[in-house]
Design a protein. Structure first.
Length: 211
């Protein structure tokens, strides 16, 4: 069975433009593929609390990279990290809803990314070939809302650190086919917001038949 993993990183729920557009994609995609298993990972849910990546967990990461056996404390911390990383690893298709906050990703999303990006779990370092991605997913859709306008060619295009960052990270994880849909100018005017959101919904609905 195909598994679609949806990462929701905005706390605004129904007021979030990125969430609304991502859910429009889910509605369209699941209607076309009724047998797909949907795994929703709301990073702001109390049930989705992530481990702090420090102390034993951090030591366990470097031990894993060096092939050094874990101490009991490191083994317990690594088992918790592995549980989260393997949830990402088992997905066949990724949907990331990631609004732009201060030109980057929300801190909850960055915490999640730091927990799941692990040697031997989601990537493998190779001295000759570099980082080798271990994810099963080969396709991903990134939906991102932003208050300003950062489209290619605009004066502030270079301020968008979300799109290149996630494209690079997904590529490192082995995901080569990455579509990005942005909702631009949500802080400029209501008319612009609604037009941008409608366009983004149309884009993701079309992608639902292509991914």
């Amino acid at each position: 069975m195909t598994t679609l993993l949806y990462i929701e990183s905005s706390p605004r729920q129904q007021r979030s433009h990125s969430t609304a557009v991502a859910r429009a994609f889910l509605d369209a995609y699941l209607a076309r593929h009724p047998g797909v298993e949907l795994d929703t990972w709301d990073l702001w849910s109390p049930d989705a609390a992530l481990p702090e990546f420090e102390g034993a967990a951090l030591s366990a990461k470097f031990a894993a990279r060096s092939g050094v056996p874990h101490t009991p404390e490191e083994a317990a911390a690594w088992a918790e990290v592995s549980r989260h990383a393997l949830r990402l690893q088992r997905a066949d298709l990724l949907l990331l809803s990631v609004p732009l906050w201060n030109f980057g990703v929300p801190y909850k999303f960055k915490h999640w990314l730091d927990v799941v990006t692990q040697p031997g779990l989601t990537f493998r370092p190779d001295p000759q070939k570099g980082m080798q991605g271990l994810l099963k997913a080969r396709k991903a859709l990134v939906v991102s809302a932003r208050g300003g306008i950062y489209t290619p060619g605009s004066p502030t295009a270079a301020w968008d650190f979300v799109t290149p960052y996630l494209q690079h990270w997904l590529g490192m994880m082995g995901v080569q086919d990455v579509a990005v849909v942005s909702i631009e100018g949500t802080s400029i005017s209501e008319a612009m917001t609604q037009a941008a959101r409608a366009q983004a919904v149309a884009e993701v609905q079309a992608l639902a038949g292509a991914l």
